[in-house]
Write a protein that binds this ligand. Sequence first.
Ligand SMILES: C[C@](O)(C(=O)O)[C@H](CC(=O)O)C(=O)O
Length: 307
Amino acid sequence: MNSHAEPISGAKRLRQMLSDPSKTVVAPGVYDGISTRVALAQGFDCLYMTGAGTSMSRLGMADLGLTTFTDMHQNASMIAGINPSVPVIADADTGYGGPINVANTVKAYARAGVAGMHIEDQVQEKRCGHLSGKLLVSREVYANRLRAACKARDESGSGIVIIARTDARAGKDTEGNGGFDEAVERLKTAAEIGVDALFFEAIQDAEECKEVIKRLPNIPVLLNMVPGGRTPIITNDEANKIGFRIIIWPTMGLEAVVPALEGAYSALKKSGKAPEEQKMGPGALFEVCGLKDLMAFDESVGGKAYK
Ligand SMILES: C[C@](O)(C(=O)O)[C@H](CC(=O)O)C(=O)O
């Protein structure tokens, strides 16, 4: 029998998940097809597409604002398409230009099936939020970005979740506005503009986590967990107790992969062969990315290629 039931979109699912105030959405960082497949296989019900990981895996470059709209959109589309029933929150950096660029980014992400996205107040020559020396756009330019994002969300009819990120805690605009209170004010304005959630970047300690939640009530707040960054490590359960409604772990896939690759390549260089512990073989490797399902699909429609 054919089933034509309308599938529930990632954005709708993410909104459902956010509608329960006792829950925290947990999203591990993914940056390519393999990391997405591996995270999905662990049963996560939300994923986070890291811009830092996209920059490193697609461009081989550090997180310094080198990725363009096209790089980020292509990666987000691919990741969101692997299992469309699992919502993907994707990094959208500064929105990649002025208000019409921001609107274009929101609509393109929404069409690609991205469930949620964050837009920040750094200048185009941005950097990872946990590095020093961040420069911000003015409050006015930031507010325009967010108004553009909300208007594009509404025009798209997709319900894509717009998350306002501020880097003001560890950054400044050209007039010297920055710091904790500036970050709170910027996010309060963001909430008034109509964004769906807030992202207070580079919280400095556990006390500040509580203060952020106290000062920004009645709207979901996201916690960015970057071990070794500015914020101390807080577990998913602790984040939930403090009142964060989303927690992302952007760098964890990269932190796992880089040492593993270094170990493997250096072993080849030193010993002239692959390390003994590499035993998966092509069948098991490709199974990570759906080998059997793909072959079964082919056969189910009469294909003979993989029988
Ligand atoms: C969340 C973030 O924007 C990302 O690209 O994943 C980064 C993470 C990182 O570079 O450590 C950020 O916090 O700026």
